[in-house]
Design a protein around this ligand. Structure first.
Ligand code: RNT
Ligand code: ZN
Length: 430
């Protein structure tokens, strides 16, 4: 039975390869390039953004996790075990994205401004053993000093100092990941700072935020081991009227300080799309961190699905040569996931979101881009539209199945059986 399934996949793949060849697309080259892309899985999908500090502080910062599906990871061992289960269903070699609140302090209370690389030794060992890269984030929410909604832009210098010291500590931890694992860690800074209602002074918090950021980034770290990203946002729950770190604020910051700009797909007005922003900001910033997410009516952080926008975004990544897939091409865009859903199996959420991203990437790599560019260059917009439409139903599914088969991960919906047995055998006992 297994043999005949494999034979069917191979037959469909061979037919698909011929169809793509007619369009001038080399399927084997696309598969080779696909295998070079690492996606950073967000640790916080595994435990509803709780982390391991065990404090009573509510999540806050406008972050909202809904649902009470059983089986949430409660400690580092469970979270790693769940992540491994998910990774076994995902083709390729990937990365894991940690928040500072996932430190392992052996039960001791360590303040966030006193965190050190040693508190993440368990994560580094795990990542090393499994060939994963690590990325990092200061945690500027779910803390008594963040409960009035301000951190780096706080009017109180003592509170600002605490968060500056936390972010500094996090950069050093990120750099320690990069040197231990031999792949640069992207440390992404997002702060919730903003007002629920109309401010009387919009400038002052932004001035304080700029000064705090300059203090955070004062220490120079080797870009071969560490990269900084900053993440803007339009609004949040509790910061509906004003967000200090708005898009204009951080675009200016990233350009002037040459930082990576983080573009979170849920952080814009619903009619705006990140796919159109990428080639614009890449003219000016050294790189981009993507937070691949799915907002439903607002920044709801739903599990990523294979939407038109997800495909368009990945086409842009390939067209802009931003992923560093070919020799001599620098990697300028880093793909990270940012979603959290507690209403479905959390391991399945990781698998669904990551497989969707990788599927979108494959579709993008299989685009007959040279022909399309030629048509556009010739001013043949009729031919461009016609080909874009025809390309939508090219047999990429057969190539995706082959990709999974070669990577030794389940083909098609078979992964769900694996996750369901894991739910029965492991998650149900929690
Ligand atoms: C919040 C930002 C941020 C967080 C994570 C948990 O709006 O998107 O990236 O989701 O840091
Ligand atoms: Zn984000």
């Amino acid at each position: 039975m297994a043999d005949s399934t494999e034979a069917r996949i191979e037959r469909a793949f061979a037919a698909a390869r011929d169809v793509y060849a007619e369009y001038g697309v080399d399927v084997e080259a696309a598969l080779r390039r696909h295998a070079r892309v690492a996606v950073s899985l967000n640790c916080w999908q595994g435990d509803d953004v709780r982390g391991f500090e065990g404090g009573a502080a509510e999540l806050g910062g406008g972050l909202a996790v809904t649902g009470s599906y059983p089986g949430r990871a409660r400690n580092p061992e469970e979270l790693r075990q769940d992540a491994e289960r998910a990774l076994a269903c995902i083709p390729g070699r990937h990365r894991f994205n940690l928040h500072a609140s996932y430190a392992e302090t052996g039960g001791a209370r360590v303040e966030r401004d006193a965190l050190e690389p040693g508190h993440f030794a368990g994560w580094v060992q795990w990542a090393h053993d499994r060939g994963l890269g690590l990325d990092f984030n200061p945690t500027c929410f779910a803390h008594p000093l963040a409960q009035d909604g301000f951190t780096l832009a706080h009017r109180d210098a003592v509170v600002r100092r605490f968060w500056i010291d936390h972010a500094r500590a996090c950069r050093r931890i990120g750099a320690s990941f990069g040197s231990a694992l031999g792949t640069p860690c992207v440390t992404n800074l997002w702060v919730p700072d903003g007002y629920k209602d109309t401010p009387a002074d919009r400038a002052a918090p932004r001035e304080r935020l700029r000064e705090s950021l300059d203090a955070v980034f004062a220490e120079r770290l080797d870009p071969r081991v560490h990269l900084d990203a900053v993440e803007p946002k339009l609004f949040g729950i509790g910061s509906e009227a004003y967000v200090a770190g708005s898009h204009e604020f951080y675009l200016g910051y990233a350009v002037s300080r040459q930082k990576l700009l983080c573009l979170d797909m849920g952080h814009f007005h619903p009619t705006e799309v990140v796919s159109d922003k990428l080639s614009a900001v890449l003219q000016y910033v050294p790189g981009v961190l993507l937070h691949v997410s799915r907002g439903v009516r607002w920044d709801s952080d739903h599990v990523v699905t294979l939407s038109d926008e997800l495909i368009e975004l990945h086409k842009e990544l390939v067209r802009c040569r931003a992923l560093g897939l070919d020799a001599g091409e620098p990697q300028r865009v880093h793909i990270g996931l940012d979603f959290f859903d507690a209403s479905i199996n959390r391991v399945a959420a990781w698998v669904i979101g990551t497989r969707s991203v990788l599927r979108a990437l494959l579709i993008a790599l299989l685009e007959p881009i040279d022909t399309l560019r030629g048509l556009e260059q010739d001013g043949d917009h009729t031919g461009r539209l016609a080909l874009l439409e025809e390309a939508k139903t090219l047999p990429f599914g057969a190539v995706w199945d082959e990709c999974c088969l070669r990577a030794g991960v389940p083909v098609g919906r078979a992964w769900l059986d694996d996750v369901r047995s894991y739910e029965r055998d492991v998650l149900a006992g929690r």
